[in-house]
Design a protein around this ligand. Structure first.
Ligand code: Z5A
Length: 217
């Protein structure tokens, strides 16, 4: 079967801390898909939180700071799932049904890592919310870009001012990273990429991991 037929209807997700290089990695995946002769009009890109008109408005709420009222951790978690339901139902599932490959900049693991690890919300509760909102819908393949939080935030800072979440203390990101590392070790359809390497090496390892995954389909 040609590679592009095997890729049709698949959902690839890139996860990692801020500054890990997820946006940059999407460019590498784009290049790799071109090598597989994947037609451009059969590739859908998404980002979370966001990706639909309503979900983007909810993203603004998550990022903003209101004086005198903090966004409660559970409210933050629920907004993440509200945006995800909008995105999955309005964009991701229709695209997959239409034979697209969908490349997601973050998905469910981000909630387990940030709201579970970082904020300390019980992972069982997050799993229940996930089941209620998305059922068994999951990524087909996850590329986790692993980076030391100090380095990631340093890179993110170089890009501009940090947002509400990015300004949290470093131990928040250490806990978040630990959950990502645990998740990647528990899933056969996920790989860890050393995102602290040079862009050339990161690109090379993403290509090689995608080649391996494609061969396994
Ligand atoms: N969040 C959550 O809490 N729960 C959830 O369920 C979800 C999300 C879905 C979304 O932020 C925030 O929402 C995020 C988690 C939370 N918050 N925080 N903090 P976002 O979408 O605004 O940002 P991000 O997802 O964290 O991505 P980012 O900061 O834009 O980083 P990135 O996409 O991973 O990195 P990049 O833009 O590709 O690269 C950053 C810079 O590093 C850039 O200048 C690159 O040129 C440079 N770079 C990239 N790769 C390299 C290498 N290999 N070497 C050197 N320099 C590099």
């Amino acid at each position: 079967m040609p590679a592009n037929n095997k890729l049709a209807g698949k959902f690839i997700v890139i996860e990692g801390l801020e500054g890990a290089g997820k946006t940059t990695a999407i460019g590498y995946i784009k290049k790799w898909l071109a090598l597989q002769n994947m037609p451009i009009d059969k590739i859908t890109y998404t980002r979370e939180p966001g990706g639909t008109e309503l979900a983007e408005r909810m993203r603004d709420i998550v990022k903003m700071e209101i004086q005198g009222e903090t966004l409660q951790d559970k409210a933050e978690l629920l907004i993440m799932y509200a945006t995800r339901v909008q995105l999955v139902e309005h964009v991701i599932k229709p695209a997959l049904s239409d034979g697209h490959i969908v490349i997601g900049d973050r998905h469910n693991w981000s909630s387990l890592a940030y709201q579970g690890g970082g904020r300390g919300i019980n992972p069982q509760l997050i799993e229940e919310i996930k089941q209620v909102s998305l059922g068994d819908f999951n990524a087909d393949f996850t590329l986790y870009l692993d980076i030391d939080p100090e380095l990631g935030l340093h890179r993110a800072r170089g890009r501009g001012e940090l947002d509400r979440i990015e300004r949290l203390a470093i131990d928040f990101f250490e806990r978040t990273r630990q959950v990502f590392l645990t998740l990647v070790s528990q899933h056969n359809n996920a790989v860890k990429i050393d995102a602290g390497e040079t862009p050339e090496l990161v690109e090379k390892s993403i290509f090689s991991q995608l080649d391996n995954w494609l061969a396994s389909l």
